[in-house]
Design a protein around this ligand. Structure first.
Ligand SMILES: *Cc1c(COP(=O)(O)O)cnc(C)c1O
Length: 385
């Protein structure tokens, strides 16, 4: 740090210059991100709550009330009357909390000391972090030919060390929904904690179902589901960081509570201590602002763009990996490697991402990608072909 204070203007000028190195969602060139530009109203509300600390909720009773309301209303969206949980930094922290709850629950009630979690091969890498931090082993459940959990293979890997089974509602790479109803039943019969990672799909599947899309049940209406991750900072259009972890029962929070001596509350169950209340307030505001009707429109628009891209790709001869269930299209050139194709696109200033299972270019149709951008992209892909 320099010795003397510097003028605000000068600092801002420097920062603006550096900020130019960042990509801008509005350019429509970011094709592989699951995040997008937050809605301006959500950003406005976020700034008002910057000083709130939900780590010490007795000092911020208003903001704590807001967090509880958001959890209730997301719970409600997921067919749960009395939801427990927190607005956290994202899907990663939400998944870590879910796995920690499952581990502690199994340790307390079943005496499992060296537990395992069963996750699909398609699971987000956050579960690797969770397992590492929580000293759990990972057992992978194989996928079937449609890239979803193979239920028979899953049954085979259940053991008396299993502390949790994880399934995905909207996989990170392909946006697919696992057979959650069947898995819920298996988990329920075997008395095993079942976590659904709907970080990506949580803010779209309920709305798509509402407007008539034929998508499978994935939520708390299934008795085996113990917790669900939902990210408001993806299709919810809340500012980063906003993830949600929703628990069916309060006991899942209780089994991870530690004493918090110097605070206004006696215990704390979250991973982080001091934590932002602005994310809860912004999520609260944006959910009221859109309502179910607004989110239905957003979800439908994203699916229309998905369909437009998928059909456009097929028309010019690209192979689409699977029929999209949510707003992700994965595709390959019939001859070029995905990495080669991705380099060609990068040269044309498209920011793409390559999926690993299966290897393919993966485009996440978020709100910042408009039809006009897709037309440009298809033109470039036609040229490359
Ligand atoms: C995005 C995503 C995550 C991780 O969320 P972050 O907000 O990046 O921490 C976890 N699981 C799934 C299925 C996701 O799509």
């Amino acid at each position: 740090m320099q010795e003397k204070p510097i003028d605000k203007e000068e600092i801002l000028k420097e920062l603006d210059e550096i900020h130019k190195l960042d990509n801008d969602y509005a350019d429509g060139r970011i094709l592989g991100s699951m995040c997008t530009e937050a809605h301006p109203f959500a950003k406005e509300v976020y700034c008002k709550f910057l000083d709130t600390n939900l780590g010490d909720p007795g000092l911020f009773k208003g903001t704590k009330f807001i967090e509880d309301e958001v959890i209730k209303s997301i719970g409600n969206l997921l067919s749960l009357d009395n939801a427990y949980g927190n607005i956290v930094t994202g899907g990663t922290e939400a998944n870590i909390m879910a796995i920690r709850a499952a581990r502690n629950h199994a340790r307390k009630y079943k005496g499992i000391a060296d537990g395992e979690i069963i996750i699909p091969e398609s699971a987000h890498f956050s579960f690797k972090k969770a397992a590492d931090m929580l000293n759990l082993n990972i057992v992978e459940a194989k996928l079937d030919e449609n890239y979803k959990i193979d239920v028979d293979a899953l049954k085979e890997v259940i053991s008396d060390k299993t502390v949790a089974i994880v399934a995905i509602a909207g996989t990170t790479e392909l946006g697919l929904i696992d057979p959650i109803e069947e898995i819920s039943q298996i988990a329920h019969e075997n008395n095993i904690y079942f976590h659904v990672d709907a970080a990506f799909g949580g803010f779209s599947i309920p709305f798509l179902k509402e407007i008539g899309y034929d998508l499978p049940v994935f939520d708390f209406s299934l008795p085996g589901v113990c917790s669900i991750t939902v990210d408001p900072h993806k299709m919810g259009l809340a500012p980063i960081p906003a993830g949600g972890i929703i628990f069916r029962k309060e006991e899942y929070l209780n089994v991870m509570a530690v004493d918090s001596p110097y605070l206004t509350v006696k215990t704390q169950s979250t991973v982080v201590g001091t934590r932002i209340g602005a994310s809860s307030a912004a999520t609260y505001a944006i959910m009221k602002y859109f309502g179910r009707e607004g989110y239905c429109k957003i979800a439908e628009n994203l699916m229309n763009n998905t369909k437009f891209l998928k059909e456009g790709l097929e028309e010019i001869g690209y192979d689409v990996v699977c029929e999209p269930e949510l707003n992700i299209v994965a595709f390959n050139h019939p001859e070029l490697d995905a990495d080669v194709l991705s380099q060609k696109l990068e040269k044309l200033n498209w920011k793409v991402s390559v999926a690993k299972c299966p290897v393919a270019i993966r485009i996440v149709l978020m709100n910042h990608i408009k039809k006009s951008h897709l037309k440009e992209l298809l033109e470039d892909l036609k040229e490359i072909y």
